[in-house]
Design a binder for this molecule. Structure first.
Ligand SMILES: Cc1cc2nc3c(=O)[nH]c(=O)nc-3n(C[C@H](O)[C@H](O)[C@H](O)COP(=O)(O)OP(=O)(O)OC[C@H]3O[C@@H](n4cnc5c(N)ncnc54)[C@H](O)[C@@H]3O)c2cc1C
Length: 328
């Protein structure tokens, strides 16, 4: 049941998404004395919380810092638990106005202000920032059997897969990390890779490891190959135009994720018609074609989800707040 609206006053800016960039936006709003509220559908930095248990960032910790607050890590590259600690401590120490487990479900634009509907309440705001990331919607492979319970688009932890036959679809960082971890915990790993090799963007210190494991036969890999069907206990792939049946217990389809385009379009943001599906926004201010509605963080890249990350999208927060403050 919905609560009664708590905030009848028009808020200067509502920030949708409490990821690293949503938090950065909240801090910048506060610094400029703008009234703001961050609405997050899960826990603080919900996407990061759902990343694989043992993940290591490719960035050094200084590149993940927001508002110049030092991110102290004991590692050359920080690990997930350190990042959770860092972003939680920042949001606490800055005393950010953030509502957790409150999902934004609709936005109405009535020229005067935005009306924001959530799973718990409704609000009125002069400006909106959409910083909703991309991790909620996996790129489906659209084959028979994809809905089976032994198929997942998210990888958490290798222990579960010990002594199991695991097919990993994809050859990007996520797929490679999962393949190596599962192999090292005793899983029997086969990678099915559409391209002719391991992804070029795989972390430079991990690439030689996966290539050596494949060359030595520790991990099997089918290049130029596609998974065609998943059945109970078996997967059918097309490898170099041959059909091969492989015995299988689990499939991890790690073929990437995409922003919630339906949501962006429903709120009036124009999306390019090509395969990049780029949302329309002004590079200097991050304002979209909808006046008073801004985009921040990885959501800006459309299907190019590698384009924006924490390192290079932290800057969106001050750009947006300068613009909002200027118009006030
Ligand atoms: C395995 C992995 C490793 C990575 N390593 C690095 C790295 O080393 N360096 C780097 O810079 N980047 C890295 N990235 C990318 C980085 O994590 C993302 O770019 C970053 O999380 C983007 O932050 P964001 O705030 O834009 O989005 P997110 O962190 O995805 O946050 C979006 C938030 O919005 C919330 N949300 C979504 N819809 C709604 C809604 N309707 N209502 C309310 N809340 C909503 C989500 O729950 C989520 O918490 C990595 C990504 C992955 C997957």
């Amino acid at each position: 049941m919905k609560y009664k609206p708590k905030l009848m006053k028009k808020i200067d800016v509502i920030i949708i998404g409490g990821g690293p960039i949503g938090i950065a936006c909240g801090i910048e709003a506060k610094k400029r004395n703008l009234s703001y509220l961050i609405l997050e559908k899960g826990c603080i930095v919900n996407s990061l919380y759902n990343y694989p248990q043992g993940m290591t960032f490719f960035s050094t910790s200084d590149k993940l810092e927001i508002d110049d607050v030092p991110f102290i890590s004991n590692n050359a590259k920080p690990i997930k638990s350190e990042a959770l600690e860092y972003y939680r401590r920042i949001s606490d120490s800055k005393n950010l106005n953030i509502h957790l487990f409150e999902e934004v479900t609709a936005i109405k634009n009535n020229s005067e202000a935005f009306q924001i509907e959530t799973s718990k309440s409704s609000y009125t705001a002069k400006n909106i920032i959409i910083a909703t990331g991309f991790y909620d919607i996996p790129n489906k492979i659209n084959i028979p059997g994809e809905q089976l319970p032994n198929v997942s688009h998210y990888y958490k932890d290798p222990h579960f897969y010990a002594h199991q036959k695991v097919i990993i679809v994809g050859a990007s960082n996520s797929a490679v990390d999962a393949a190596l971890e599962i192999y090292r915990k005793g899983g029997d790993v086969t990678m099915v890779i559409r391209e002719k090799g391991i992804g070029e963007r795989v972390k430079y210190w991990v690439r030689p490891d996966i290539i050596n494991r494949i060359n030595e036969g520790d991990i099997k890999a089918y290049y130029n190959s596609e998974i065609k069907e998943i059945k109970e206990g078996e997967v059918i792939i097309n490898a170099l135009e041959k059909t091969i049946n492989i015995e299988n217990d689990y499939v991890l389809a790690l073929t990437g994720y995409k922003p919630n385009f339906d949501f962006l379009q429903k709120v009036g943001i124009e999306i390019s018609n090509d395969e990049k599906r780029l949302p329309q926004y002004n590079n200097d201010t991050m304002e979209t074609n909808v006046k008073g509605m801004y985009l921040a963080g990885v959501v800006c890249g459309g299907m190019e989800t590698h384009k924006w990350f924490i390192e290079n999208s932290r800057i969106h927060a001050p750009l947006i707040m300068q613009d909002i403050k200027l118009k006030k």
